[in-house]
Design a binder for this molecule. Structure first.
Ligand SMILES: [Zn+2]
Length: 267
């Protein structure tokens, strides 16, 4: 798919979708309804102007709107290869059908990244499947600077593979706003590989999604991949859908999976 075509399609989708999106979030107005272009220009990067690039991480500053041609595995290994060199998080949406990765990061910090959620929604309406991926950079350098013992650094690396409360809640809101026919995958790339997570189902009537925080502290001496899978299994039981009806217990609301990358993929 040509980048020009993608730009045209996303801008078209934005104009037609923006008011509806604002209706869902309770922020609609006469302007979003009758003058969507004006509202879009005021509150987003519209008109989107995508440009092709070869590198996954931006050379400097903001990388939003760059489009990289690569398969799923090419993209994941390129992102993972540099995970230890980066001090800030980053975010992309991969579109399998087009073989394109779109840089969606509006801003990024050491512990968070702010992807353009509206752009993610538009892409879900244009394609049958997407992967929203972001990074959790290594915190080992930080740990060493603070003179933490190695076991602590090791925990940092393992914990990097666990999606945060914000990650889970954010992806749940996204699932509610995105196209129902689109297969949406969410992923975190960290030191040991890719963690994927997805809701089992949308919110039940009167139900409540509860997340009782990520699993902390793992045994420092077990194999990290085993530790990650164990922590994700615990996370699976902690993110629950509570139907809020007496006698009906909460049930797990998310599935988590882990795919080792790079030198860890042989394990
Ligand atoms: Zn995260």
């Amino acid at each position: 798919m040509k980048v020009k075509l993608l730009t045209h399609a996303v801008n078209h989708e934005a104009r037609h979708r923006y008011h509806e999106l604002n209706t869902i979030t309770g922020t609609s107005s006469l302007v979003t309804r009758y003058l969507p272009r004006v509202a879009l220009r005021a509150r987003s990067e519209y008109p989107y102007s995508f440009r092709e690039d070869d590198a996954f991480y931006p050379a400097q500053g903001q990388g939003f709107g760059r489009v990289i041609r690569a398969s799923r595995s090419e993209g994941l290994s390129a992102i993972h290869e540099q995970i230890s060199e980066k001090d800030k998080e980053h975010a992309w949406t991969f579109v399998p059908e087009a073989g394109l990765w779109v840089d969606t990061a509006l801003s990024a910090g050491e512990h968070d990244v702010n992807p353009d959620r509206d752009l993610e929604v538009y892409l879900s309406h244009l394609f049958p499947e997407v992967l929203h991926a972001h990074t959790h950079p290594d915190k080992v350098l930080e740990a060493c600077a603070q003179n933490y013992p190695w076991a602590f650094s090791q925990n940092y690396l393992v914990e990097g593979a666990i999606p945060s409360v914000d990650d889970v809640m954010g992806s749940f809101q996204m699932a509610a706003r995105s196209a129902s026919g689109c297969k949406i995958n969410n992923g975190v790339v960290s030191h040991y590989g890719l963690t994927t997570y997805a809701p089992v189902q949308l919110l039940e009537r009167n139900g409540c999604l509860r997340d009782t925080a990520p699993s902390k502290i793992v045994h420092p001496f077990i194999d990290p991949i085993t530790a990650i899978r164990g922590a994700l299994q615990m996370r699976h039981h902690r993110v629950v859908m509570d139907p809020m009806i007496d006698g009906i217990p909460p049930k797990p609301a998310y599935t988590f999976d882990f795919e080792p990358l790079g030198s860890y993929s042989g394990r």
